[in-house]
Design a protein around this ligand. Structure first.
Ligand code: C2O
Length: 557
């Protein structure tokens, strides 16, 4: 993918040109939709920076709906105002409005991405954020000859905002997508899309870096490249101990950097992605997106002769064993300092639910199973976004009544989380409950999936932090036996954890970044239902420990 840094940033540490959020007619699968884009591009421009760069990005909203931009995985140390989630750190940028995000990339190298953080706008407003080492620094592996972005997306033959609005009205699950995409293109296996298939170039003998990003809205994806081994060297803008695999699995929000060596006969090979769908019986988009890894010296396909690239073999959609083998292969490159002497030990359930409809509600608004509406929660709280202030603005200005600080440190009732859960526990309470953390607190969170309605894998993303993943497993977390499985030596550092289906994962971090930080399932369908909570982290005392003053152009509600 060509460098498009100039689309956004004209100079380092300086003012840049404005990304324009606009309504754009986009044609995919032979159908044209009007969707929101940045600069008319889908995906939006790749932002290419170096570790240590300060960015100044003035986002202008010329579209008809609200927008905010989140810099997924950027730590935003003392700059929570630039994080982006709507009603958490800022009010939305209204149509006609603008907001300048100012932040510094510090101590992060690899691949992150940016996306809208407002309703389902991110379905079409997203792009890669490539972070190279500081000028003069090198990669911890031989310098790749070239690097390419493979950003996975999801496409509806509809305006995605209409898809979610309809689901919110009916209470049922939103329609599944019509295609997955690689760099915005569904690829050869869909009707009338083959002309536009993404080409990833290679030359025989070279070793290239491929930056894979799952920006799909609602689906974990397996990814593979025919006949080529993938050496994983990074994830979520942290390096990892290299390991080799044939298949990747990324939840939405996750990135994986891989090296591939062009050691096969010069030809064209498919890069393919399709669903890892862990929820039993739930409908999902069962299609396969492809791009083409093309050797420069590949013989041109003779006219009229079909010369199909070879397809990689991808795991079955429900192959949890392969997904788990992959996610548990990650290690930090060397011994790391894992927080010990934990100050805050939280146990947080994550799962779905069903709300009973009041008898007077029209059936058309209760389209989830048995006349209910879908919901989701953490520790039985279904997170409701505020609408008149962002959590951070309310906190900063001391505005009462926007949120409460009583998010529970453990589920209000203990139960067999992954067993046959009593119906009386299927209906969470709605609230804007946050969990306060003292600056510098050492935090452990046991994330526990539930089987309420249906168990499934949840990509759990925490804003403002990277965390170590100490262990993961299936069933109910058992401190007596599972603590011994913790990797306290070289656990991977990530911003999005794959919470196994009907299982648990344990993460740790030090709360050294003041602000209001949302932690949520990165399946957008689940965020809308409330699968989220917010950590409110105090100021410390040093300059790099205090939240900066809010920017003058911070949108108000
Ligand atoms: Cu990439 Cu809150 O999200």
């Amino acid at each position: 993918m060509k460098s498009s840094k100039r689309d956004w940033i004209t100079q380092r540490d300086g003012y840049g040109e404005s990304p324009l959020v606009q309504e754009t007619k986009v044609t995919r699968l032979c159908k044209t939709q009007t969707v929101m884009t940045v600069n008319g591009q889908l995906p939006g421009p790749t932002l290419e920076v170096n570790n240590g760069d300060s960015l100044v990005i003035n986002v202008v909203n010329r579209a008809k709906d609200n927008v905010t931009i989140h810099w997924h995985g950027v730590r935003q140390i003392t700059t929570a105002w630039a994080d982006g989630p709507e009603f958490i750190t800022q009010c939305p940028i209204r149509p006609g409005g603008s907001y300048t995000y100012r932040f510094t990339i510090s101590g992060q190298e690899g691949t992150l991405w940016w996306h809208a953080h407002s309703s389902w706008v991110r379905a079409t407003v997203y792009g890669a954020l490539v972070i190279r080492p500081k000028l003069g620094d090198s990669y911890p592996f031989p310098k790749p000859t070239r690097d390419s972005v493979v950003i996975l997306g999801e496409w509806w033959n509809a305006n995605p905002l209409d898809v979610i609005r309809q689901a919110m009205r009916t209470g049922g699950a939103p329609n599944i997508s019509d295609a997955y995409t690689i760099n915005g293109q569904p690829g050869d296996l869909y009707n009338c899309s083959s002309k536009e298939t993404t080409i990833v170039p290679v030359d025989s003998g070279e070793t290239n870096l491929i930056r894979v990003i799952n920006s799909a809205l609602n689906q974990q994806l397996f990814v593979s490249i025919a006949n080529h081994k993938l050496t994983v060297v990074g994830a979520d803008a942290s390096y990892v101990k290299p390991f080799t695999t044939n298949v990747l699995m990324l939840g939405p929000g996750q990135t994986t950097d891989v090296l591939i060596t062009a050691d096969q006969p010069p030809a064209r090979y498919y890069i393919a992605a399709r669903a890892y769908a862990s929820a039993q019986g739930a409908p999902f988009d069962n299609t396969t997106t492809t791009a083409i890894l093309e050797y420069k010296t590949a013989p041109c396909p003779a006219k009229g002769v079909a010369s199909k690239p070879m397809l990689p073999s991808l795991p079955a959609f429900n192959d949890t064993a392969t997904a788990t083998a992959f996610t548990s292969s990650f290690r930090s490159p060397k011994k790391v300092e894992v927080p010990t002497d934990i100050d805050e030990n939280l146990f947080i359930t994550a799962g779905l639910g069903l709300n009973q409809c009041p008898p007077t509600a029209p059936a058309s608004t209760c389209q989830a199973p048995n006349n209910t509406r879908f919901t989701a929660s953490m520790n039985n709280v279904s997170f409701a976004l505020p609408s008149n202030f962002s959590v951070l603005q309310a906190h900063h200005h001391g505005v009462p009544g926007v949120f409460t600080t009583d998010f529970p440190a453990k589920p209000p009732v203990a139960f067999d989380y992954t067993g046959n859960v009593s119906r009386s526990l299927w209906q969470p309470i709605r609230g804007t409950k946050v969990y306060p953390l003292k600056f510098g607190a050492k935090v452990q969170i046991v994330l526990q999936g539930t089987s309420i309605f249906t168990a499934e894998n949840h990509p759990i993303h925490l804003h403002g932090y990277d965390f170590y993943i100490l262990a993961e497993g299936f069933g109910n977390f058992n401190p007596a036996t599972d603590t011994s499985k913790f990797n306290l030596v070289d656990p991977p550092l990530r911003n999005t954890a794959s919470l196994p289906v009907n299982g648990w994962a344990v993460i740790r971090f030090v709360a050294d970044n003041p602000g209001a930080w949302i932690m949520h399932c990165h399946l957008d369908v689940h965020i809308g239902w409330g699968l989220a909570t917010v950590f409110l982290v105090d100021d410390g005392i040093g300059e790099m420990e205090m939240l900066q003053q809010p920017p003058a152009d911070l949108p108000v509600c």
